[in-house]
Design a binder for this molecule. Structure first.
Ligand SMILES: *Cc1c(COP(=O)(O)O)cnc(C)c1O
Length: 381
């Protein structure tokens, strides 16, 4: 049998400005590209392993994990394969099938799947109505009170720090406080925040935090971060009875090569970039302002936005699409002509985008492109 050509070439990032929020925080700096090359072979971090991945000293995974724990304000840190695997590990360690957990109404699908895999019941905390979709501490309190009144035990509370639909930043500190008042541990899902903005689990009253290396920490991935307080180490980092040094929830070893090497190479840069988070937010707010000025473009979710992921409703582009020979594809094609990608083909009613990491000059170019497109179709909108 002969294999086909699988098309393994990709110039998307090199030749275009990519607005896909999913990909903005996972772009590798050159240091990480070098590490990716050096550690490209399978099991490449295992040359000097004495049985525990997290204790390897060459490359210095042990010191890296200490630095990482410091950076996110937890007592322990481990790498996992993604934010989802981190959530699953915590649920699996803390809950039994049939247990109930409480989750925010903007939770990522992977929160739901991790819970399903552990056979848990989910109770949702509703978000506020259109257009804000805010998750409020008082709604958590209400749901917990209701459950308590019904005599239902809650094993775990989950909160999405920044959700992937609206980019809403939640008040983790207050919700963590409520969780503690009820004596329930809280897991904060920082897939869209850890590595973009400063995270301190202790200050945010989170017992657990998970992060995503490929989403927000400039790593190739798949790789995630799991941070926890010491009081949960016994449950979540429990060792095997048969293989005394291996941690059960980690299935012994997690990331065993290039993914962890890229995360390690990027950590010093990530530690620096979170200090400039305010500038990223300001840049995004200015960008939102410029797009809204076009008319027929409206940011939804919390305003002014507190994150680089923004969701726009775009009736202006929908109107053009209805009268354009290329229909809904026109927007994608007009942007592509200008070497801007990341907005799905055919989508014109609304879209999500991010200008995270772009220079002001690049953001200006992007805003101008949208303005040009709007004015080019003045007659049909
Ligand atoms: C992207 C995302 C995830 C999934 O992250 P992985 O690291 O790919 O598992 C989980 N939660 C939220 C809120 C996300 O945006």
């Amino acid at each position: 049998m002969e294999c086909q050509d699988y098309g393994l070439t990709r110039k998307s990032e090199r030749e275009n400005l990519n607005l896909n929020p999913l990909q903005r925080g996972g772009v590798l700096p050159k240091e990480a590209r070098k590490a990716l090359y050096e550690f490209s072979d399978g099991y490449s971090v295992c040359d000097y392993c004495a049985g525990r991945l997290d204790e390897i000293t060459k490359p210095a995974i042990n010191s890296f994990l200490d630095d990482l724990a410091n950076f996110i304000g937890t007592d322990h840190a481990r790498t996992v394969h993604g934010a989802r695997e981190g959530k699953f590990a915590v649920m699996h360690a803390l809950c039994r099938p049939g247990d109930t957990i409480v989750v925010d109404g903007n939770a990522h699908y992977t929160t739901h799947l991790a819970a399903e895999r552990c056979q848990l019941n989910l109770v949702d905390v509703p978000h506020s109505d259109y257009p804000e979709y805010r998750i409020k501490p008082e709604s958590y309190k209400q749901v917990l009170d209701d459950q308590y009144d019904r005599g239902e035990d809650i094993s775990l509370i989950l909160l999405t720090h920044v959700d992937g639909d609206y980019g809403n930043l939640t008040d983790a500190r207050s919700i963590g406080k409520i969780a503690h008042d009820y004596g329930i541990p809280m897991l904060l899902n920082c897939a869209y925040s850890m590595g973009r903005l400063p995270i301190n689990a202790k200050e945010l009253n989170a017992d657990f935090v998970v992060g995503s290396g490929h989403k927000s920490m400039a790593a190739s991935g798949p790789i995630g971060v799991l941070g926890l307080k010491d009081e949960w180490a016994e449950a979540v980092l429990k060792r095997s009875a048969k293989h005394a040094v291996k941690e059960i929830e980690m299935l012994g070893c997690t990331s065993r090569g290039a993914p962890v090497a890229t995360l390690m190479a990027s950590l010093p840069l990530v530690m620096e970039r979170v200090k400039k988070w305010d500038l990223e937010v300001q840049k995004t707010r200015d960008f939102v302002g410029k797009l809204e000025k076009l008319g027929g473009v409206k940011q939804i979710g919390i305003k002014p936005t507190e994150h680089d992921l923004v969701r726009f409703e775009t009736p202006i582009f929908d109107k053009i699409a209805q009268n354009h020979p290329r229909r809904g594809f026109f927007l994608y094609e007009e942007l592509k002509k200008r070497r801007i990608i990341g907005i799905k083909r055919g989508q014109t009613r609304w879209f999500k985008c991010s200008v995270y990491g772009f220079t002001q000059e690049q953001v200006d170019y992007i805003s101008r492109a949208f303005a040009e497109i709007v004015s080019a179709y003045d007659d049909i909108s």
